[in-house]
Write a protein that binds this ligand. Structure first.
Ligand SMILES: *Cc1c(COP(=O)(O)O)cnc(C)c1O
Length: 396
């Protein structure tokens, strides 16, 4: 056993340690006692420090305490059902189920309905949690299509529909599921959802979108990618996370009532894992309420995004083909990217260096995620730092 631990220690030597944040995740945060502009957290709407939300969480603790336990055994706290009802209404879906994380929601969404003999068709750049979910479901027939490539998707669908003609052991026809991220988190580009839905109808497939970076960002008042493309009721499974724009924790699935009820009966990630705590749930309910009342935070986010992108472009940075607030500042080289993010941090801007294996070799970049909690001065400060470091390192 000594060897086992020695080997782990060896591997740990080169591991990167996450920075320790000593403050709330607001427009700025504190690292080693110093204030840094926050371009990392994916808290698009500043909800981690929103006063109404903090108050709702505190008041809920006074009334209901903290943990709520296993819903299937200990009963469901009223806040948990309220959150599901609110999310369903917000998303204009029939029903919603909430689990402890977006990762778990993808597991539940796929494992509960797909088995060995079904077929799955997945975008090559889908999130790790979708890849893991497909593995967990032990689906044998997996097709990976080229990123956002409609032609390749249809090719794969043709092959899949041939396979799906052979009945399963139980006599039923295999299901075909097309699954995609809504917003791809490294480049900020969108899934071609209207085409996916069209193909799904043509070939008799189910559709699933993981809207982690679209929730609170895309569509009217942040209702997500399905709302953005006006495809309500046409995507079978919508997965969302409550840890990005909603700034708390948790994941959810929306869809037809029959499907969501089935998940509540069968999803192992729901049955064998505890529900969100009282402050989480109360904070999330308040977050949804804020978005239902006004689209101001979402508008501000897009204003900030446009401003930042225009400024980066006019400085001569390559910022890729993002269609969302995710703004990749493309640098290519791993070493330069690492150096760039270190210099940004020294100058007061916290933005992550994204390198292989998170993106392809030669595609290293700084990923900038602005938030509606930042104002024009904050962004001007950031732009001036990017300009300084960009010139220093010969990037612009
Ligand atoms: C962040 C993310 C997840 C995981 O969500 P958590 O709530 O953090 O577990 C899943 N899918 C995508 C596309 C994500 O970006």
């Amino acid at each position: 056993m000594d060897d086992f631990y020695k080997k782990l220690q060896q591997e740990n030597l080169n591991a990167k340690q996450p920075l320790v944040i000593e403050s709330a995740q607001g427009a700025y945060l504190t690292i080693a006692g110093q204030k840094k502009l926050n371009f990392c957290s994916s808290h698009y709407l500043g909800f981690a420090v929103e006063e109404r939300i903090k108050k709702a969480a505190k008041e809920a603790i006074d009334k209901y305490g903290l943990g709520t336990g296993y819903r299937t055994i200990a009963g469901t706290n009223v806040l948990n059902t309220q959150l599901e009802q609110r999310l369903a209404k917000f998303k204009k879906a029939e029903a919603a189920i909430v689990v402890a994380g977006g990762y778990l929601a993808n597991m539940a969404a796929i494992q509960t309905i797909l088995g060995k003999e079904d077929v799955v068709i997945s975008d090559e750049l889908n999130h790790a949690s979708i890849i893991d979910a497909i593995r967990l479901a032990q689906v044998k027939n997996r097709f990976i299509y080229k990123h956002r490539d409609r032609t390749d998707l249809e090719e794969k669908l043709k092959e899949a529909s041939v396979l799906a003609k052979t009945p399963k052991e139980n006599g039923e026809n295999p299901l075909i599921l097309i699954v995609t991220d809504g917003v791809f988190s490294m480049d900020g580009d969108l899934a071609p959802l209207p085409e996916i839905v069209k193909f799904a109808k043509k070939y008799g497939a189910l559709t699933m979108v993981d809207d982690a970076h679209g929730e609170g960002v895309l569509g009217e008042g942040g209702r997500g990618i399905v709302d953005h493309f006006k495809l309500h009721g046409q995507v079978d499974i919508e997965v969302g996370t409550l840890s990005k724009a909603f700034s708390v924790i948790g994941g959810f699935i929306t869809g037809k009532k029959a499907l969501i009820d089935f998940y509540k009966q069968k999803a192992r990630q729901f049955i064998f894992s505890s529900a969100l705590t009282v402050p989480d749930t109360a904070a999330l309910i308040e977050g949804v309420k804020i978005l239902e009342e006004s689209d101001a935070p979402v508008k501000k986010l897009w204003e900030n995004t446009k401003y930042l992108k225009d400024e980066f472009r006019s400085l001569g940075f390559d910022i890729g083909n993002s269609e969302t607030p995710i703004t990749p500042v493309m640098l290519g080289d791993d070493e330069i990217t690492l150096k760039f993010s270190q210099r940004l941090l020294e100058e007061g801007v916290f933005a992550s260096a994204i390198r292989f294996p998170l993106v392809a070799k030669g595609k290293a970049r700084i990923r900038v995620i602005p938030s509606s909690s930042q104002n024009k001065e904050d962004l001007d400060f950031a732009v001036s730092v990017f300009e300084k470091v960009g010139k220093e390192l010969g990037v612009i």
